[in-house]
Design a protein around this ligand. Structure first.
Ligand SMILES: Nc1ncnc2c1ncn2[C@@H]1O[C@H](COP(=O)(O)OP(=O)(O)OP(=O)(O)O)[C@@H](O)[C@H]1O
Length: 551
C-alpha cells in the first residue's frame, strides 16, 4: 500500500486550506487525503498512513481510530507572513485585539504576531467581554464571523499555515529528495499563493513601464498651466489626503496619479487602478469592497497601505458611491490607503447634474488637479516628441519643418496618448526623416478637415497670389478640378495620367512643368501627394479653395 499523508481536522474549510498548502509544497511527491473528524470510521486510517492533525484538540479524539503502527504528527501552525503586510506598515504603536476560534489558538496567534510584527499592543479576545474602547484594529486569521457586529476596523490576516518544522517532519517520513532550501522556497511560494487565493478580482496592478520610478522632477513642461498643476501635485504627494484628477482622455491623469504614488509614503506598496467603466454595476461592489461574508477580498483590501486610483468615477453607480463614501470617511482618519479619484468631465458639473454624490464631491473637490489638454499646452509638443523618441530609443528620428507645423496646428483630441501613438507609428516607418506625408492617415485626415474648415477668403486670396507669382493660376485651377473629379470617383492620379487628362483639356505640359505645379499646390496643402504608385488626390482644403474661388 502506497504511503499517504492523511490530514485530519474538525473544520472542512480549515482542512481545505491546509491541504492546499501541502499540495503547493509537495506537489505530486506525496498522496494527500483530507478527512474531517466526523467522517472518520474504524478503517479510515491505514497502518501505513502518516497522519497530520490540524490541531492538538483532535489528538485524544482520533486515538480510537489510529492503528498502532501509524505515525501521527500534530501540525504546528503559524501566521501566513504574506498576509501581514498591513500590520507591518501600520503607523506608530496600535492597540490590536486578536480574535481566533478558541482561547488556545488566540493565545498562539498573539504570541506569534508579537514576534513577527512587533511594536504594537496585542491582546486576545475571549468572546465574553465587550470590545475595549481603545482598540484600533481587530486582527483575525480568517475568523471574521466571530467579530462582534458593528466593529469595522478589521485586519484579516487569513488562515494560519503549517509551520516549516512540521513540513520538515513530514518530509522526513516520506524519504524523498527535497533539500531544505527548496522546501523553504516552496513554503514561501505556498504562502504567497494562499494569500492571493481569496482575491477574485485581479485589479490592474502596478505602475506602467513608462512611469516606473518617474518623479515630478523628471517631468519638464513649458506650460504655465501644467507647471502649477505639477507644483500642487508634488506637495500633495507628501500628504495622505484624497486627490481628484480631472482632464480629457489621454492627458496624463493616471501618470500624475502614479507619480503621486511614487513620491508618497505609500510607494512601497501597490498602486492599483480600479476602472469603474470596466465592470457591470452588479459586480463592482464585490470587486471593490469584497463579499459581505468576507470570503472574497476586494481591491480595497488588497490595496491596503498602497494607492487606489479610481478611474472614471462618474461611472460608479450612485448607490455604490455611498459605500465608497463610507470607506473614504473611514479612511480619512485611518489613512490605510491613498485614494486618488479621476473623471474626464468636470467634477462640479457632475455634482450639479446629480451624477456624483454631493458628499463624495465635498471630499474629492477639496483637492482637484486639473490636467490641461495638449491643445492648451502646445508649447510642450517638441519636448514630448523628444521624450518619446528617447523612450523608443530612436534619437536619430527627425521631422521636417512642415511636419512639426502640422503637429502644432493639429488639435490633438486624444491628447498625449495620441501624440505618443503618432510617434510610435513614425518610429516603425523605414524613414528616419518624417514629412507630413509620412504621418498616419487619420492624423492627416483630421488635420486636413481642420485646415479646410479654417480656410478663409483671405487665405484663398493669399494662395492665389502665391500661384500667380509663378504665372500658372488657370492651369492650377484646372489641375485641381481634374483631381476633384477623380476624387468623386474615388480615383487618384499619377503624373502620367494627369498629363494625359490635361492634354485632353488643351493644357499640354512637360513632366517638369507638371511637377512644379503639383509641388506648389502641395506646399499650400491643396493636394495629397502620396508616395509610390498611389497617386495624388485633392485635399479637403483644396476643395474648399475651389469653392471659395467659385463663390
Ligand atoms: N507629460 C508626459 N510625458 C510623457 N508621457 C506622458 C505625459 N503625460 C501623459 N503621458 C503618457 O500618455 C499616455 C496617456 O496618459 P494617461 O493614461 O495617464 O492619461 P489619462 O488622462 O489617465 O487617460 P484616460 O482618461 O483616457 O485613461 C500614457 O502613455 C502616459 O504615460
Amino acid at each position: 500500500m502506497k504511503k499517504r499523508l492523511l490530514v485530519i481536522g474538525i473544520q472542512e474549510e480549515n482542512l481545505f486550506h491546509l491541504t492546499k498548502q501541502l499540495e503547493y509544497i509537495f506537489e505530486s511527491l506525496i498522496t494527500i487525503k483530507c478527512i474531517t473528524l466526523k467522517e472518520i470510521q474504524s478503517d479510515s486510517i491505514f497502518p501505513s498512513d502518516v497522519v497530520l492533525l490540524a490541531g492538538s484538540e483532535t489528538q485524544g479524539l482520533i486515538k480510537p481510530f489510529l492503528p498502532a503502527e501509524s505515525v501521527c504528527i500534530v501540525a504546528e501552525r503559524t501566521e501566513n507572513t504574506a498576509n501581514l503586510k498591513q500590520l507591518f506598515y501600520l503607523e506608530s504603536k496600535k492597540n490590536l485585539l486578536v480574535i481566533n476560534d478558541n482561547e488556545n489558538s488566540t493565545a498562539e496567534t498573539v504570541d506569534s504576531l508579537k514576534q513577527i510584527a512587533p511594536g504594537h499592543n496585542y491582546s486576545g479576545y475571549s468572546g465574553h467581554q465587550p470590545i475595549p474602547k481603545n482598540i484600533d484594529f481587530i486582527v483575525t486569521p480568517g475568523e471574521t464571523n466571530l467579530i462582534p457586529k458593528g466593529f469595522t476596523d478589521i485586519i484579516d490576516i487569513g488562515p494560519r499555515v503549517i509551520s516549516i518544522e512540521t513540513l520538515s517532519s513530514i518530509k522526513k517520513y516520506f524519504h524523498f529528495q527535497l533539500n531544505n532550501e527548496l522546501l523553504i522556497q516552496r513554503y514561501i511560494k505556498a504562502m504567497i499563493l494562499l494569500a492571493n487565493d481569496g482575491i477574485k478580482y485581479d485589479p490592474t496592478s502596478s505602475i506602467s513601464d513608462q512611469n516606473l520610478n518617474r518623479t515630478f522632477s523628471q517631468l519638464s513642461t513649458k506650460s504655465a498651466l501644467m507647471k502649477s498643476t505639477l507644483e500642487i501635485a508634488a506637495k500633495i504627494a507628501q500628504t495622505s489626503t484624497i486627490v481628484h484628477v480631472q482632464g480629457e482622455a489621454g492627458t496624463g491623469k493616471q501618470m500624475i496619479a502614479e507619480m503621486i504614488h511614487n513620491e508618497s509614503s505609500y510607494s512601497h506598496l501597490p498602486f492599483y487602478v480600479y476602472n469603474c467603466s470596466d465592470s457591470e454595476s452588479s459586480s463592482i461592489q464585490e470587486e471593490l469592497f469584497g463579499s459581505t461574508d468576507g470570503r472574497i477580498k476586494g481591491v480595497i483590501d488588497y490595496t491596503t497601505g498602497g494607492t487606489l486610483y479610481v478611474k472614471n468615477m462618474e461611472r460608479l453607480p450612485y448607490s455604490l458611491q455611498e459605500d465608497l463614501l463610507e470607506f473614504i470617511k473611514f479612511n480619512t482618519n485611518r489613512k490605510k490607503i491613498r485614494i486618488i479619484t479621476a473623471t474626464i468631465p468636470n467634477l462640479d458639473e457632475l455634482q450639479k447634474n446629480g451624477i456624483i454624490h454631493t458628499a463624495i464631491y465635498s471630499y474629492a473637490s477639496s483637492c482637484i488637479l486639473k490636467i490641461p489638454s495638449l491643445s492648451e499646452r502646445k508649447e510642450d509638443i517638441k519636448y514630448l516628441i523628444e521624450r518619446f523618441k528617447t523612450h523608443f530609443n530612436k534619437k536619430e528620428l527627425s521631422f521636417s519643418e512642415e511636419a512639426i507645423q502640422a503637429f502644432y496646428q493639429y488639435q490633438w483630441p486624444g491628447n498625449i496618448r495620441e501624440l505618443y501613438n503618432v510617434i510610435s507609428y513614425c518610429v516603425c516607418l523605414d524613414s528616419m526623416y518624417i514629412t507630413p506625408d509620412s504621418l498616419p492617415l487619420y492624423f492627416r485626415g483630421n488635420q486636413e478637415k481642420r485646415d479646410a474648415e479654417s480656410l478663409t477668403e483671405a487665405d484663398a486670396e493669399y494662395i492665389v497670389s502665391q500661384i500667380e507669382v509663378h504665372g500658372f493660376l488657370s492651369e492650377s485651377i484646372r489641375l485641381l478640378s481634374l483631381y476633384k473629379e477623380g476624387k468623386s470617383k474615388h480615383k487618384s492620379y499619377g503624373r502620367r495620367k494627369m498629363k494625359e487628362l490635361l492634354l485632353q483639356e488643351n493644357y499640354p505640359l512637360t513632366d517638369q512643368q507638371l511637377r512644379l505645379r503639383i509641388e506648389v499646390l502641395n506646399k499650400h496643402g491643396l493636394l495629397n501627394v502620396q508616395k509610390g504608385r498611389r497617386g495624388t488626390t485633392i485635399s479637403s482644403k483644396g476643395e474648399t479653395f475651389l469653392e471659395l474661388l467659385d463663390g
